[in-house]
Design a protein around this ligand. Structure first.
Ligand SMILES: NC(=O)C1=CN([C@@H]2O[C@H](COP(=O)(O)OP(=O)(O)OC[C@H]3O[C@@H](n4cnc5c(N)ncnc54)[C@H](OP(=O)(O)O)[C@@H]3O)[C@@H](O)[C@H]2O)[C@H](O)CC1
Ligand SMILES: [K+]
Length: 500
């Protein structure tokens, strides 16, 4: 699913109106209907007092149309029209005319016009949407502060007012802090970034059937990958296959005190369909792995506490390195050697990433290598970011420069590709912010690469299924108690949702 800019969304509007030969107010009616349908399902209690704040543009027009629809469904709707300049969009005016006289309306042009608002349970924010062209000031900023201080739940129409859809706001900008954002048809980049969480709240999309031809043709470098795409990518196992069909993966992992990371990655790798798995670990890990993961073959290093020597690499279809690795000098040398000599695609995580950053080995990354950093590890590799938008730019530049795939882990994990495209994930939950879940992801992606998924597909599938396993685990144990092993236990159920 494409992430579009405000400008592209406006073009989509125009194309839809032209192709369907409908007035633009009809598209607004569609959007308001879609919002109202969602709203009545989410808030079925018609006894709630609802305040609808409308700005002067089409976002405000949506608000007016929604007020009319909610009124018709017996909700108690009150409208505030905030417009100091008396300049309205044509579709705003159309919907103002259509507003039933029974709906109380207050026109707000200055602070002294603010009515008492304590009786409202819900506020619908229709001040500004994708038409925001500058930071909000004056009466608009005051009303936004007012909304943010009301003891009511706030639902943003399309976009929380004051929030730019694809660029950072200035510090101190007035922005509505919504509990929910219900947005039309296409996701906006702002919704996917941690820095906007307190404005966007939980966000949902509703379809308003924008021109399919336009949506198919429009170009973007930012995408969300959906369940439908996962369904298309995932391959069923074949009847006459054998363990050789699904590849032999090698994991280089573990050090004294960190063998758990190796065990988690190994178990996740096996649960993700790899044919054979070998784990190269320090001697201290031999009994641990043979016991914890009997399905894996164990190749002990000559050194007891950390990895010092590469094994023969020639039998593997994928090599994962990093979980629990440590940063001993000999291990640093091993990482350098691996980059220079690997005959198989690499998946690199954790301390292996830190070694690459500290030794400036980025230029030595073989093409199409997959790196799986969290933001701090990414900063060590690519430098500090001024904000989440800037971090995405650094991500695109890094992937282009070194020809690699980077899985930047977070609330919406983002995959960067050598072509400079970004793919955002929508599965997963905050319960997964706990030690070991990254090791599980490394294991999953390594298994998928060994099974000959392309690097992009291995990343997309891996990240989606990892998050889905987390969501299934949350259904069982909640977010607080969730641990990395729960993800592994739920990988089977995640794969089974795709018949695999
Ligand atoms: N395809 C869709 O998704 C549809 C969306 N709809 C809704 O339409 C809005 C976008 O409407 P638009 O009229 O383009 O824009 P806004 O309502 O967000 O605001 C525009 C007006 O506000 C002025 N403006 C912008 N920034 C500021 C500011 N900081 N302070 C004061 N005034 C501001 C702007 O004036 P300019 O001076 O910039 O010209 C406009 O007057 C979308 O979000 C949806 O809610 C459609 O209903 C259906 C299709
Ligand atoms: K809004």
């Amino acid at each position: 699913m494409k992430i579009l800019t405000a400008l592209q969304i406006r073009e989509a509007d125009q194309r839809t109106i032209a192709e369907e030969n409908i007035p633009s107010a009809a598209l607004m009616e569609r959007a308001a209907n879609a919002f109202t349908e969602w709203f009545t399902r989410k808030f079925p209690d018609t006894g709630k007092n609802i305040l609808i704040c409308c700005g002067p543009g089409n976002n405000g027009g949506d608000g007016l149309a929604i007020a009319r629809m909610l009124h018709a469904l017996d909700y108690a709707a009150t409208v505030w029209i905030v417009a100091p300049e008396n300049k309205f969009s044509p579709d705003f005016l159309t919907n103002q005319e259509r507003l039933p006289a029974a709906i109380p309306v207050t026109n707000i042009k200055q602070t002294s016009d603010f009515p008492e608002a304590s009786e409202f349970n819900l506020v619908l924010d229709g001040l500004f949407g994708t038409g925001l062209s500058r930071s909000v000031t004056g009466i608009y900023a005051e009303i936004i502060q007012h909304i943010n201080h009301l003891p009511a739940q706030v639902i943003a129409i399309d976009v929380p007012s004051g929030l730019y859809t694809e660029a950072p706001n200035q510090l101190g900008d007035a922005i509505v802090q919504a509990d929910y954002t219900l947005s039309f048809e296409v996701p906006k980049l702002a919704f996917l970034l941690a820095q906007n969480e307190k404005y966007v709240g939980e966000w949902y999309l509703v379809a308003i059937n924008l021109s399919p031809a336009f949506l198919a043709d429009v170009t973007t470098d930012k995408f969300i990958f959906t369940r439908e795409q996962v369904t298309q990518i995932i391959q069923p196992r074949r009847k006459f296959s054998h363990k050789g069909t699904y590849g032999h993966a090698l994991l280089l992992a573990g050090s004294y005190g960190k063998m758990g990371a190796a065990a988690l990655a190994a178990r996740a790798c096996l649960r993700s369909g790899v044919g054979l798995l070998s784990v190269h670990c320090p001697k201290v890990g031999y009994t641990i792995l043979q016991t914890a993961v009997p399905e894996a073959m164990t190749l002990p290093d000559t050194e007891a506490t950390h990895l010092t020597q590469l094994p023969d690499l020639n039998t593997y279809q994928a090599i994962g390195i990093g979980p629990g690795l440590g940063k001993e000098p000999a291990t640093r040398h091993l990482v350098r050697q691996l980059l220079q000599t690997t005959p198989a695609p690499l998946v690199i995580d954790a301390d292996a990433l830190n070694i690459i950053a500290e030794e400036n080995l980025q230029p030595a990354l073989p093409p199409n290598t997959i790196l799986t950093p969290h933001p701090k590890e990414f900063e060590r590799l690519a430098g500090p970011a001024s904000d989440d938008y800037n971090r995405l730019k650094l991500l695109q530049n890094f992937c282009r420069q070194y020809g690699c795939f980077v899985v930047l882990k977070g609330g919406h994990t983002c995959i960067g590709t050598p072509a400079g495209d970004l793919y955002f994930n929508i599965t997963g939950n905050p319960g997964m912010a706990t030690g070991g879940t990254g090791d599980v992801l490394t294991g999953i992606i390594t298994a998928l690469v060994a099974q000959k998924y392309s690097p992009l597909d291995a990343c997309r599938l891996g990240v989606y299924l990892h998050g889905l396993a987390g969501d299934l685990a949350r259904d069982q144990v909640g977010e607080t108690a969730l641990i990395a092993s729960d993800l592994i236990e739920n990988l089977g159920a995640a794969f089974r949702q795709f018949g695999s």
